[in-house]
Design a protein around this ligand. Sequence first.
Ligand code: T1G
Length: 647
Amino acid sequence: MSVHVTRRSAIAVVTIDNPPVNAINMAVRTRLLALVDELDADDHIRAVVLTGAGKLFVGGADITEFGRPVEMPALPAVIERIENATKPWIAAVHGAALGGGLEVALGCRLRVATADARFALPEINLGIIPGSGGTQRLPRLIGVETAIRVAAENLTLDGARAAELGLVDRLVPEPLVDKAVEFALEALGRPLPAPVSRRPVAAPEPALWEEAAQRVRRAARGASAPPRALDALRFGVENGFEAGLARERAIFLELRASEEAAALRHLFFAERAAPRPHDLRGIAALPLASAGVIGGGTMGVGIAAALRNAGIPVVLIERDEQSLERGLTALKAIFEAARKKASLSDEEAEARMRGVTGAVGYEALAGCELVIEAVFEDLAVKRDVFANLGRVCRPEAVLATNTSYIDPRQIAEGLPHPDRFIGLHFFSPAQVMRLLEIVPIPQTRPEVLATCFDLARTLGKVPVRSGICDGFIGNRILRRYRAEAEAMLRDGVTPAAIDAAMRGFGYAMGPFEMQDMAGLDISFLHREAARARGEAIPETPGDLLVRAGRKGQKSGAGWYDYAPGSRTPLPSAEAARLIAPLVGAPRELGADAIVSRLIDAMAAEGQAILDEGIAGSPADIDLVEVHGYGFPRKHGGPMFLSRRQPS
Ligand code: T1G
């Protein structure tokens, strides 16, 4: 049964027990509703304590129900019944009280919590807004300003802050239920506070709404739900609880049925499944007390920072003192920047660097359980690195390459104990980007794979296992995306039209703007190397630009022109002249058509990647695109989108 009842003299203790997160599903709602009537009718009971089993109160409504029509009884009705019960209900919160969990607690007459309690309304991350009174009851308890930040801006309140704000009536030590029962008996000895829905709410200055609306819209970055949560909250403050509740419910149901909410739910479940692949369950990860990083360049320093941010001691080595100093200085600058943004305290920033040992030469890595190389993308260089690691490191040390293009099997050739070798493809900046492509070779032991997935979880990364092909999953799809963009260019569509369409779709920048930022010469050199190997690589418009010295922002011009010192792309007549021999007569193509062509191309490449067994699931491919290449979350990913297109 998902809801238990025990009796402690005149107090009934109702425990929601629906592992793993006590999600409120239809069975829980039905049982709670029945219990209100049952306990109201029980003359021995004077009050009810409501709590959650396990490590939390309630993780929210059951999101797996959202793809289906709402099943009665709906949560608002259950909460209203609890709020109007003749026997007062008292919420006893430990751990998370999220979404519907917080809303149920708000329907109770009183709330006690332990210090580890966390209160939030994270619905906007799922493309919806609270649908059971959260935007209406919360401002009546903690005030409009903080309620806006909780409902529309992802503010989480810990126990102490919740107590300060009046969301929690008393912070209690463990054992929570005992203390809650004591509190309930004590509360019965004095007048009860009014139900939250019937408490007044002070209307703020009009300026507060405007300022909040701008702040919420900015933070939403194109997501639909946050401004709507603010709308619902404001409507209730200005029109009363009942009207506000109705408006909130209408907005919730509208958004719940939206494509954006379906996309965000898809990513929610994919992100939670990613760190725990089914075939690795039960395989113990190896202990990782310290990690070595080879290379103090951008990638090596970013990886070292990510490891330090997760509290893992790092040995960073370079080939000489000067390079090492440069790397350590860059690493320190990352923590200094975080300190200046106040995301790290002075002490934390210093501790990050204290956990880094810099050295020249491989011997310093002898004690590391994991070593990640992030040296120049050249097979001979990488092979030499691993030959040294094979000599210096322990046989059970996990040895990883950060290569983004080279076949890891070739890098591992000749390495003793290749079963400990693996590809860990981080994305730059590695201390920020969440995607981690994990690329085992045939010999890689399952424990090594499990260790890398465990490492990803420790680093707060989204791990995706990739088979071995040119570019693994992400760069292979990127190449296809760029090729399709170039094909449209040859059809006469301008770079500016293509980039504008993809920005309108939700990307931060389009494919040509992105190339200007990254540099056109990188892929140009790849093509030139392939041509030098005798491969028949046809001339591309990009080649013409690079040959004319237009390498992108780094050279002041690429697909676009740039005013001196500016990064704003300006359509370029010179670039159009240079590529004219390879592109067709100018042609208009609508933004929707441009987007469809590019998304279809990504999805087609993704399907080929699935068919070849390079990726384990369409959701994995979507995670790669969203967390590695800026695919707009609100669309769920190319595989999700291609499967949702109306047939
Ligand atoms: N519904 C269904 N399944 C859920 C779930 C939920 N609300 N939350 C988590 N799961 C699954 C998750 O997919 C995973 O499954 C397992 O539980 C463990 O999750 C009415 C409408 C609660 C802080 O958005 O933030 O309430 O992979 O790995 O790290 O107005 O889960 O094991 O098969 O994350 O201990 C609002 C979402 C819902 C909170 C626990 N609530 N969940 O973290 O475990 S909408 C949320 C979380 C709503 C109301 C509205 C976290 C957690 P599997 P996990 P965790």
